[in-house]
Design a protein around this ligand. Sequence first.
Ligand code: ADP
Length: 466
Amino acid sequence: MNLLHITAECYPVAKVGGLADVAGALPKYQNELGIQSRVIMPFYNNTFTQNSEFEKIYHSRLTLGNNQLDFNILKLADNSLGFDLFCVDVPELLYKDYVYSFDDTERFLAFQIATLDWVLTFEDKPDVIHTHDHHTGLISFMISQSFKYETLKNIPTVLTIHNAQYQGWFPHNKVYLIPQFNFDNVGLLDWDGSINPLASAIKCSWKVTTVSPSYMEELKLKANGLEHLLNAESAKCVGILNGIDWKVWNPETDNFIIKNYTTKNLISGKKENKDWLCKTYNLDNTKPLFVFIGRLVHEKGADLFSDIFNIALEKTDISILLLGSGEKENENSLKPLLDLPNFNAHIGYDEKLSHIIYAGADFLLMPSRVEPCGLNQMYSLRYGTVPVVNAIGGLKDTVIDIKENGFGICHDGVTTEKVTEAISRATDFYQNKEEFSKNSEKITKIDHSWNNSAQEYLTLYKSLKQ
Ligand code: ADP
């Protein structure tokens, strides 16, 4: 089987969030299963692309509305990623030092059109095209409707929704940017009066997946306006839980962390990482260390962090370290907390530091209001760090509360009261050192590697064979 993933992000080439982790890991595991899985993404201007060798394998000119744009398809010269990586180089639109921006409609349309123009030239067409989120949401529409892609019409398409909050809306007066199609079918692009690439992909893809089973069920009730559509299309929808890349996220071999460890020396290994964090961030290493890593946005509960942390630090004897960036209001709300002795924050994005934090923390906080899958809790389990989560989406599918013979702390809903209560329950759990250590050792063995999920995707692709 020959599969093509089309994505805006892919780790380690360009990462904003979990989409990159999935696009960088799933293809690797698919290749191991015998699927020839390839990835195509935009060619951005970043450290990875500057320091890697790419071969130009195709050159052409694409039409975007009234504009003609030259583009190249570049192939990563080595096979260090475990799959073939191709990039679409449209210098004036895509070669930027960021992934997302205000002109994403034009940028990602150019990317999608270039990709399909290139696929048109294949002798062996892909058996399946797998798209991810709204940035590649118009692929399935163009394949099924645009006259120029008529010969691709029988290629099955799969859409994976990593986050339904963002849908890529743009007004109908930009419809001329999409390669010509029978205008009777313009409704396939529309949702609620605008062109909605995510809605269009839900309508036009052969199968739709979400990154966890619970998230699929939740979207049928609340999906930023798409709930009716998901109910109507439910026959082709399925939730498949993401995995994590066990080769990258492995405390035994992780080059980023201060001290590598296995289950056998977990307690002392974690302690060295914690000591480094506490020394670097001026925190007391004798207290349980609670951490947060992620985007400081409403979805992650970040608007409540200032209240939550203030109360938790007052009521419980803990240290808190945060790594993240996002909405300015949320970032600013944390500033007064920096004067407190048991709190520190690193505002920004730092991959290396995130690994050390997963390794050195005692508890990882995830009071998310929306969490399609969530990777952080799976990384934290792998590193023996206890997740404290709101039981929603993928968090509900991966964390069981200690009260139910599980291994984590769950709360039901996101309010300051509920989260601080969960923190206090976690602190009590920490006091029983023997049980806490046993639990930390146990959670490192929970298997969230991609093996199972890659197999589920394979079964899904096979069901599409005509
Ligand atoms: P989302 O995609 O909604 O942001 P996920 O849990 O699916 O959330 O994935 C988040 C990924 O991004 C994880 O790999 C996490 O470690 C990483 N991450 C988020 N914020 C930061 C940051 N500030 N620095 C380093 N890594 C981060």
